[in-house]
Design a protein around this ligand. Structure first.
Ligand SMILES: *Cc1c(COP(=O)(O)O)cnc(C)c1O
Length: 399
């Protein structure tokens, strides 16, 4: 045990000069005493010394050591680590990426509110904005996020509460110009930055109010945690926390522990995985069975210049469109041996999924076509295996 109450120790200060890979190692150590590994606080409840102490904890903002839904020291360590990487004043963690998205929307919007969101969205985000939001009287205008000026043109002054972008987007790796989102006036702006990881891009540095991650993906990075996190200015996060306590999408301290451990290696993992993704993208682009490769790191990607401007690496996910359509996709899924058929990203194992029959299965053929989710489209999340082995497996499965 630490020789002082661990949660009362000040958070580790990161000198502003530390580079992101260093911050990933030094950050989030404020609640673990002298232990190098993060301490797991599995407790859901803490005792108070007297009535005044209990009142202080019950009424404080993001008060710790009171009740699990309010705050947890292991979760707080994770939040501090993400804030350090995002260059944020503060971060707030949730039970999942969707827990983060739904809580933010419902915390900031009510009946009659208006949201502008891009059409190119993670399928559950899209379903949430189309289903429950409509039911609660929240109107959403969908725009093409790749079109310059599309967000600004859809804003209704005084009514638009929130602008939601996702870059790179699922599953086609389309980009939104972060400077443009940061320059929007009126709504709170939020960018789902999951596909980039906090080391791939920093939306807050472009003036965006909120950066959001499904930490289930690259941040935790080992397929052993379900977690979401939102970062930005402290006051607005405190406001969201007020609703978060009622909404109850509370992160598990076990998952926060796994995510903190995963974050220590985020820099080396993303560097290796992005390099492999670029290599696979380039090799597959030359293959006769592949009609198109979507990867922002390719010079042929229509937004490659934007990618170079706003991303430090091009990400660990690519998509390929097979010339043979659905039959070819089916053949590849049953032929891969090293690459696994699964629907997630950012972990050590390379995964392939067929959006048409999984993440986007609820769309009609026409809707899927409009979104570019063609029958031959496969999304590949590149893992930590040797790129030569991955390439060999994909080439034999394409044969
Ligand atoms: C996975 C994902 C989400 C949802 O996160 P969960 O942790 O699964 O709830 C949201 N946005 C993007 C871009 C994702 O990849």
């Amino acid at each position: 045990m630490p020789d002082q109450p661990a949660t009362q120790q000040p958070a580790t200060q990161q000198p502003a000069t530390q580079r992101p890979a260093t911050r990933a190692i030094t950050a989030g150590r404020g609640h673990s005493g002298r232990s190098l590994a993060p301490a797991l606080w599995a407790s859901s409840v803490w005792q108070s010394t007297d009535m005044h102490d209990a009142r202080r904890r019950a009424t404080g903002v993001r008060s710790g050591e009171f009740y699990g839904r309010y705050a947890n020291p292991t979760v707080a360590s994770f939040e501090e680590a993400v804030a350090a990487l995002e260059g944020a004043e503060s971060s707030l963690a949730f039970a999942s990426g969707m827990g983060a998205i739904s809580t933010v929307v419902l915390a900031l919007c009510g009946q009659g509110s208006h949201i502008v969101a891009q059409r190119q969205l993670y399928s559950a985000t899209l379903a949430f904005l189309q289903g429950p939001c409509a039911r609660f009287g929240i109107e959403v205008t969908f725009v093409d996020g790749t079109q310059p000026g599309a967000f600004a043109a859809a804003i209704q002054p005084g009514r638009t509460m929130l602008a939601i972008a996702e870059t790179p987007s699922n599953p086609l790796l389309e980009l939104v110009d972060l400077d443009e989102i940061g320059a929007l006036r009126g709504p709170i702006t939020m960018v789902d930055s999951t596909f980039a990881t906090p080391l791939g891009q920093q939306p807050l540095a472009h003036g965006v109010h909120r950066s959001l991650h499904s930490a289930t993906k690259g941040i935790a990075g080992h397929n052993d945690a379900t977690l979401g996190v939102v970062s930005g200015e402290r006051d607005l996060l405190n406001e969201i926390w007020g609703y978060h306590v009622l909404h109850g999408a509370t992160p598990s301290p076990f998952d926060a522990l796994n995510a903190l451990r995963g974050m220590r290696t985020l820099a080396v993992r993303t560097a290796h995985q992005s390099a492999s993704a670029l290599r696979l993208a380039a090799e597959l682009q030359a293959h006769p069975s592949v009609a198109a490769v979507h990867y922002p790191g390719l010079r042929t990607h229509p937004q490659h210049e934007l990618a170079k401007r706003q991303m430090h690496h091009f990400g660990t996910v690519l998509a390929i469109d097979l010339a043979g359509g659905r039959a070819a996709a089916e053949h590849l899924l049953s032929s891969v041996q090293l690459v696994r058929v699964a629907t997630s990203l950012g972990g050590p194992e390379t995964l392939v999924c067929h959006p048409c029959t999984t993440t986007h299965a609820s769309l009609t053929d026409a809707e899927a076509a409009e979104q570019g989710v063609t029958p031959g489209l496969l999304r590949i999340s590149v893992g930590l295996e040797d790129a030569d082995d991955l390439l060999a497996d994909l080439l034999q499965a394409l044969a």
